[in-house]
Write a protein that binds this ligand. Structure first.
Ligand code: UDP
Length: 326
């Protein structure tokens, strides 16, 4: 039986990955320090013999007994609100955390996939963004702690690949949405859905002309799975190229939720990229992958998910734990 370590297991992407690898028949070790993750996302896996949870901060030394086949490094704050509140932890998990996991992969002779991001392109001057584009990132802006940590992650991962012959994969994840996102993590999909559920106005930052391209969680997980199983070590973009302005997106949410909220405008955060759309030619060619779920279908599923939560669960979804235990 394959043994797979998933870091950030209690987070949004990590918990969906745990489900996928359990479904593929692996023994899954989920690791998380719960700084932004929520055990509720994986508690359904606790009764399974093939699942174990380790409460651990991967920015400190990571030790595991026995063999290990795969490592997926998904531990990191991933929303602007989070990494602005915990900038040092964000830098550490992308740099020291990645170093520790590459070291673990080396001693275990395991294949490792690291979660990079479209943020490595910064505020892009090339559109859409292909993997050849080197980006336009401010190292000292508020997003620098995330963007530069992820750029370092890619750099050290390629160094382990080239210097030690380690079997590595790098996925560049574009905006992704789905069930289990935290309502208050600042990302636009849960922000707008939470506002719709509470009957509040939708807050569009800037004039809403900035663009994003949103990928449904099932498509994202499929892309990541195929990349891990491939033999391709260079970075691969995984995202949905269907681009929209944030203003149009707010209007879509209003029609979807059937409410009569107004749109109000707030200042654009510093370094908020003006446009973002993945060029997925490489993923199509190498993985035979492309997204299948249209935004209208995916958003409906996610809104139904948030609506199905009890008031108590909804309140817990607002909860955030910034107290590092270890
Ligand atoms: N955004 C917005 N209103 C909100 C939250 C976000 O207009 O309440 C905008 C934000 O300024 C950005 C876009 O939505 O231009 C996507 O933001 P998100 O934080 O989801 O992702 P990222 O900026 O990291 O792509």
């Amino acid at each position: 039986m394959k043994k797979t370590l998933i870091t950030g297991a209690a987070g949004f992407l990590g918990s969906h990955l745990c489900d996928r690898f359990i479904a593929e028949g692996h023994h899954v070790i989920g690791m998380d320090n719960l700084i932004t993750g929520d055990l509720k996302n994986i508690e359904h896996l606790f009764p399974l013999e093939r699942f174990e949870f380790h409460h651990h901060n991967v920015s400190t030394f990571v030790h595991l007994e026995g063999k290990l086949d795969y490592i997926l490094h998904f531990a990191s704050p991933a929303s602007p609100i989070d990494y602005l509140k915990i900038p040092i932890e964000t830098l550490k998990v992308g740099s020291l955390g990645t170093l520790n996991l590459l070291g673990l992969a080396k001693v275990k002779n395991a294949k490792i996939l690291v979660a990079s991001t479209s943020e490595v392109y910064g505020d892009p001057l090339v559109h859409p963004q292909s993997e050849e584009y080197n980006g336009n990132v401010s190292p000292i802006g508020p997003r620098g702690v995330y963007d530069e940590a992820k750029r370092f992650m890619e750099s050290i991962t390629m160094a382990y690949h080239r210097h030690h012959g380690l079997d590595t994969r790098i996925v560049r994840i574009f905006n992704t949405y789905g069930s289990r996102m935290r309502l208050n993590d600042g990302r636009v999909v849960p922000a707008f859905m939470g506002q719709a559920l509470r009957g509040e106005d939708l807050t569009v930052f800037g004039d809403g002309s900035q663009t994003r391209s949103f990928c449904y969680i099932d498509d994202q997980i499929e892309g990541i799975y195929r990349l891990l199983m491939s033999d391709y070590a260079e970075p691969v973009n995984i995202g949905n190229p269907d681009e929209t302005t944030i203003l149009e997106f707010a209007q879509e949410i209003i029609s979807l939720t059937g409410t009569d909220q107004k749109i109000i405008f707030k200042p654009l955060p510093t370094d908020d990229p003006l446009q973002r759309q993945p060029d997925i030619t490489r993923a199509k060619q190498i993985l035979g992958w492309e997204p299948k779920v249209h935004r209208s279908e995916g958003l409906k599923k996610v809104f139904d998910y948030f609506k199905s939560l009890s008031p108590d669960e909804l309140q817990k979804k607002e909860h955030r734990n910034f107290n590092l235990k270890n």
